[in-house]
Design a protein around this ligand. Structure first.
Ligand code: MG
Length: 203
């Protein structure tokens, strides 16, 4: 399986980081060693002093495909989850300034805690899913898939133009506004609607 991720998919998050809306999604990947499953803790690494949380809705690919037309995209993903795209903002800032790739800032060990997945049929409207992230019990990020600049079907179609998507691949679909730094001792909880889906302790 691979982990694909979309950057700059919510206008207010683009603004909070003073990024440019390029009119196309920013695409990056994380290696499978980034995954944290079953509410495993995250161990804060020494190479960064400014790791941020970014809560994101996840798609899981159910069928291999490439050059997928948007209208057929729903046939290629069947489950929805939630994850955190941990980002070493200090390393990312350096990379941005030099025009270098984001791999070190985004792909380090444990940078992708993910929840269990829910069948997408459980959602009456995939274009209106509310999700949120709490740090130590305080809601810090609130998002809704209605605010995505690039919707699920477009993301599937766009990615599949460059990469053959394979069953089991996971896509991080971008973060809403409200990103912030984590500290050792924080407890992060991620919710889809009112359902707690994911817990991650920072150690
Ligand atoms: Mg992100």
């Amino acid at each position: 399986m691979r982990i694909f991720a979309i950057g700059r998919n919510y206008a207010e998050h683009i603004q909070e980081l003073n990024n440019e809306n390029l009119g196309e999604p920013v695409i990056f990947m994380k290696p499978d060693t980034a995954l944290l499953k079953d509410n495993e803790p995250f161990f804060y690494p020494d190479f960064s002093k400014d790791i941020h949380f970014e809560v994101e809705i996840l798609l899981k690919i159910s069928k291999e495909g490439k050059y997928i037309q948007e209208k057929f995209a729903p046939n290629y993903y069947d489950e929805i989850g939630i994850g955190i795209d941990f980002t070493a903002r200090d390393l990312q800032q350096k990379a941005k300034e030099k025009g270098l790739p984001w791999l070190l800032a985004k792909g380090f060990n444990g940078s992708a805690p993910i929840s269990d997945f829910l069948p997408k049929d459980r959602f009456p409207d995939l274009g209106n899913i509310h999700f949120s992230l709490a740090v130590d019990g305080e809601i810090r990020q609130k998002g809704n898939t209605s605010l995505m600049l690039f919707k699920f079907d477009y993301i599937i179609s766009y990615l599949s133009t460059f990469f053959t998507l394979k069953k089991g691949d996971i896509i991080f679909t971008g973060t809403p506004k409200g990103v912030g730094a984590i500290q050792k001792g924080n407890i992060l909880n991620a919710y889809i609607e009112d359902q707690k889906m994911l817990t991650c302790e920072i150690k």
